[in-house]
Ligand binder design. Structure first.
Ligand SMILES: NC(=O)c1ccc[n+]([C@@H]2O[C@H](COP(=O)([O-])OP(=O)(O)OC[C@H]3O[C@@H](n4cnc5c(N)ncnc54)[C@H](OP(=O)(O)O)[C@@H]3O)[C@@H](O)[C@H]2O)c1
Length: 333
C-alpha cells in the first residue's frame, strides 16, 4: 500500500505559491528495531513553516529541503513497532507531519493519553506556548492589563482566554477584520479589541488600554511591537513569541523594536522564547486545561481541514487570515 506526503518542490523567493509543494506517493515502510510506524491522524499548520520554505539566511532553524517531505507537529497512532516500550495502538506526538505515515525513531515520539480531550487534535493547539508566555516568560500578575496581537489566531485566542483565567485585570487584542474583533469581545470574552488595519495601532491600543499595558504577548513584531512599546507601563514585560509580520511578508526583515531609549526609560523587559524551553510546564498546563475545558471556562478554537492534499493551500490561507483559532489537517482517508 502507498501513502502520500508533501514535498518541497522548489524554494520560492518570498511567499510560496501552490507550485512550491508536490504531493508524492511512497511505499509504507516497516519499522526497524528502535523505530515505530505511525499512521498520522492530524498535523498542525503553523505560519512559521513559511520561513522554512523560503531561503532566509538568518532563521534560527534549518530550512526544509527541496525534494524532501516537509515536517511539523503531528499526532498519530502507532501501527507497527520495533520498540517494546511503544506498543501498537499507542497515540504519539511527534515532528513528522506533512505525511500520512511516518517512520520515527521511538526516542523522537511522546506517548499521550488519547482520552484526555474530546479530540486528540487538542494536543496540537498552542495552549502551552500561551501559558508559558504569560506565566514563566512575562510573569503575569493578578489585575494587570494584557495585550495580545493576532488575538483570534491559534496562540492569541488561547492567550486572551488564559490571561483572564490567570487573573488579568484587562485583556485587549488586535485582529485583522471587524468580524474577528467582534468574535474577540463576544465569544472569547476580551474586554476590548481593535482592527489592526484601522488607523495608527498605538492610538487604537491607547483607546483599548487607557491604563497602559503591563504584559504584551507578541505574535507579530513590526508595527504592533513598536506600538505596544509606546503604550507599555513602566516595568512592563513583552513575551516575544512570533513574527507574523515577517512571515506574511514573505520573510522581509523586520526593523525591530525601534528606539532603545524608550525601553530603557520604562525599564521594559523584552524576552524571546520558544515552547521547547518550557516543556516542564506541560503536565501542570495539561491538568489545568482539562479542568477549564470541562467546566466550560475556556473555548477550544479549532479549524479542521480535511486531507493532506489541501494542506498547502490551507497554510497559505492561514497566513492571509482566513481562519480563527488553531488550524489542523485531518490526515486519515
Ligand atoms: N515561540 C514559539 O515556540 C512559537 C510556538 C507557536 C507559534 N509561534 C509563532 O507565533 C505566531 C502565531 O502563531 P499561530 O500559529 O498562533 O498563528 P496565527 O495567529 O493563527 O496566524 C494566522 C493569523 O496571522 C495573522 N496575520 C497575518 N499577517 C499578519 C500581519 N502582517 N500582522 C498581524 N497579523 C497577521 C492573521 O490574523 P488577522 O487576520 O487577525 O490579522 C492570521 O489569521 C507565529 O509567528 C508562529 O510562528 C511561536
Amino acid at each position: 500500500m502507498n501513502a502520500r506526503e508533501i514535498h518541497l518542490a522548489a524554494r520560492p523567493q518570498g511567499l510560496p505559491g501552490p507550485d512550491a509543494f508536490r504531493l508524492a506517493e511512497t511505499e509504507i515502510p516497516d519499522p526497524a528495531p528502535g523505530q515505530v510506524l505511525i499512521r498520522n491522524l492530524y498535523m498542525s499548520l503553523d505560519p512559521g513553516m513559511l520561513l522554512l520554505i523560503g531561503a532566509y539566511p538568518d532563521i534560527p532553524m534549518p530550512p526544509y529541503e527541496v525534494g524532501a517531505p516537509l515536517h511539523g507537529d503531528a499526532i498519530g497512532e502507532v501501527v507497527a513497532s520495533g520498540e517494546p516500550s511503544v506498543k501498537e495502538g499507542s497515540v504519539v506526538l511527534h515532528r513528522l507531519g506533512w505525511r500520512e505515515y511516518a517512520l520515527a525513531d521511538a526516542t523522537q515520539v511522546r506517548q499521550v493519553d488519547p482520552h484526555a480531550y474530546p479530540s486528540v487534535s487538542t494536543y496540537l493547539a498552542f495552549g502551552l506556548v500561551a501559558y508559558a508566555g504569560l506565566t514563566a516568560v512575562a510573569g503575569l500578575r493578578p489585575g494587570e492589563t494584557v495585550f495580545v496581537s493576532s488575538a483570534a489566531g491559534a496562540t492569541g485566542s488561547m492567550v486572551g482566554q488564559l490571561a483572564r483565567l490567570l487573573g488579568a485585570g484587562r485583556v485587549v487584542g488586535s485582529a485583522g477584520t471587524p468580524e474577528k474583533v467582534a468574535h474577540l469581545t463576544g465569544r472569547l470574552g476580551f474586554d476590548a479589541a481593535f482592527d489592526r488595519h484601522d488607523g495608527p495601532i498605538a492610538d487604537r491600543l491607547r483607546e483599548a488600554a487607557p491604563g497602559g499595558v503591563d504584559v504584551y504577548f507578541d505574535n507579530v513584531g513590526g508595527e504592533q511591537l513598536r506600538a505596544a512599546i509606546e503604550v507599555m507601563n513602566p516595568h512592563g514585560r513583552i513575551a516575544l513569541c512570533g513574527a507574523l509580520a515577517r512571515q506574511s511578508a514573505g520573510g522581509e526583515p523586520d526593523p525591530g523594536p525601534g528606539d532603545p531609549m524608550r525601553l530603557i526609560g520604562k525599564r521594559l523587559t523584552l524576552r524571546g522564547f520558544t515552547m521547547s524551553d518550557h516543556l516542564d510546564l506541560a503536565p501542570e498546563f495539561g491538568r489545568r486545561l482539562r479542568q477549564w475545558l470541562a467546566d466550560g471556562s475556556l473555548v477550544r478554537e479549532e479549524t479542521v481541514i480535511d486531507g493532506l492534499e489541501n494542506a498547502p493551500q490551507a497554510l497559505l490561507d492561514l497566513v492571509r487570515g482566513a481562519y480563527t483559532g488553531k488550524v489542523v489537517v485531518r490526515l486519515t482517508r
